[in-house]
Design a protein around this ligand. Sequence first.
Ligand code: NAP
Length: 283
Amino acid sequence: MKFDTHTVVMGILGNPLGHSLSPLMHNQVMERSSFNGIYIPFTVEESQLGEAVTAIRALGMRGVNVTIPYKEKVIPFLDALSDQARACGAVNLIENQDGKLIGHNMDGPGFMASLRDAGISPEGEVLILGAGGAARAISYSLSMAGVQNLTFAARTQEKAKALADFINQSGGCPAGAASLDNVQESLARARMIVNCTSVGMAPKVEFSPLSSLEKAKMDAVLCDIVYNPLETRLLAMGIARGMRTIDGLSMLVYQGALSFERLTGIEPPVDYMRQVLLEHLAK
Ligand code: NAP
């Protein structure tokens, strides 16, 4: 790769960044598209977060993704937020628009694109497992996309209730809270179940956020946003029952693709991005 004064600089801010697949995905896509750019991982100390964000402007970077633990903490350093980022109170992409730093959140749109890719239109009642940042972003997008009702089942009840309150106030659809141990009624009504907890993620792959899917509708769609492993214990339980399942790779690819398109204006080769990640995860 040859760099010059026209090279577009992008990257990701977080700490630690060891797990991030974004540099691999973006650099390979730029190479394949013969795009003069580079995507750099920046491990940033919290005490220097403000300076790091200011550097985006000072160095003329096109933009950066933001990951754990800074998705909320970067907000005070930005000039404006997209509606999605404002609603979610979290940013996973900072775009430098001629010196103005705009915060976006591509997690919800990335999940919705993964549904579209699978030919699924969200409808009916949806059961969301977990009440963290991804649950908030995804449930906000689902509530705006016309689902009938959302139920949050989480280990920490107060968080599930707070997220249900947020959805009820945002005007999308009605929402309620349940506990992960007492979820059978919601499971029986759900047209879609989305795991937004980290339960089942490597190395603790033997765990599932639900002990049984017996009560779930046979034609319900079962989604897990965990992508390592691709077939989580929860998805394996759904597959064994003959349910339609969607793994977390598609959301990961689409949130990356949406970020790439936003920053470069280039339509991203989604299938190639998926292939790059699949090959990496298979190792
Ligand atoms: P987060 O804000 O830390 O939320 C984590 C959620 O998981 C919380 O509701 C937490 O409950 C719950 N949880 C953790 N351990 C649990 C356990 N043992 N039993 C029950 N609930 C448990 O994290 P996040 O950003 O929302 O991410 C959640 C998962 O989604 C992660 O695995 C992440 O890698 C994945 N993710 C995937 C994509 C993608 O593109 N595919 C994008 C974003 C995130 P408490 O509040 O009670 O701790």
